[in-house]
Write a protein that binds this ligand. Structure first.
Ligand SMILES: NC(=O)c1ccc[n+]([C@@H]2O[C@H](COP(=O)([O-])OP(=O)(O)OC[C@H]3O[C@@H](n4cnc5c(N)ncnc54)[C@H](OP(=O)(O)O)[C@@H]3O)[C@@H](O)[C@H]2O)c1
Length: 220
């Protein structure tokens, strides 16, 4: 493994979970937050002396690879603060789901759907960024420890640039995802289905009573 500089946008549950695992694996991680001195961001940095917390712009500038782990309805605003100059040319792993928690009955409908997706909105807004949608279909703990589930299970990925997807497959491999369990769905437009999977994921979570689950795709 070659240590990489990773910029994490978001100090929420997903941001801190992925960042912690990446530090554990030896990567150089900056967690970006609206307020780097907040208990979540500064607390994470205090627990991970090899990493540090900063503003969204610091994290984006630092990363060779940047992870968008912000609330989906706030992602474009967060990326605007990070700045197009900090993001240009970088691989951006988009983990976010555009659930609108201001509407609906607590779980939130999708703010963008059907003929568009958050990942496509990001790609359109930042054409120089190499957006790869991945990891948004499993809970944070499964993202970084797929071995929590027995046997093979499937992770989806979409993005326009094959080289960027290869970088992401490499990082996913370090997290424990075998390449054979990663299904490349094609261009970034396929992120629509990955994001529209969320209502089904939420129903499965309700039916199963746990977030620690995933699907395994089988074919003839
Ligand atoms: N939770 C999961 O297991 C899971 C699984 C798959 C995908 N996802 C997706 O991953 C993303 C993060 O999830 P999470 O569970 O970590 O959420 P969370 O704990 O609620 O964190 C939300 C993140 O969004 C940022 N944010 C919120 N409002 C913002 C605003 N107005 N402007 C800029 N940034 C704002 C926060 O920034 P600060 O750091 O400044 O607080 C925080 O980092 C979401 O898109 C979610 O749908 C989550």
């Amino acid at each position: 493994m070659v240590p990489m500089k990773i910029g994490m946008l978001g100090s929420g549950r997903v941001g801190r979970t992925i960042a912690s695992r990446l530090v554990e694996l030896g990567h150089d991680v900056v967690v970006g937050a609206r307020d780097p001195d907040s208990p979540r961001a500064a607390g994470w940095a205090a627990e991970h002396p090899a990493g540090r917390a900063g503003a969204f712009r610091d994290a984006a500038s630092h990363g060779e690879v940047v992870v968008n782990a912000t609330a989906g309805t706030a992602s474009l605003a967060a990326l605007a603060v990070a700045g197009s100059d900090s993001l240009a040319g970088k691989v951006l792993v988009d983990v976010a789901n555009p659930l609108d928690f201001t509407r609906g009955s607590g779980r939130g409908p999708l703010a963008v759907t059907n003929d568009d997706s958050l990942a496509e909105q990001i790609q359109r807004a930042y054409p120089a960024v190499r957006v790869v949608k991945a990891l948004n279909t499993v809970t944070a703990d499964v993202m970084v420890r797929p071995e929590l589930l027995p046997g093979p299970h499937t992770l989806f990925m979409a993005g326009d640039e094959p080289a960027a997807k290869q970088v992401v497959v490499g990082l996913l491999g370090e997290l424990g995802w075998p390449a054979g369990d990663i299904l490349d769905l094609g261009g970034i437009q396929a992120a629509r289905g990955m994001e529209m999977y969320l209502p089904l994921w939420l129903s499965m979570m309700g039916a199963l009573g746990t977030t620690i689950f995933n699907v395994h795709l089988v074919r003839s």
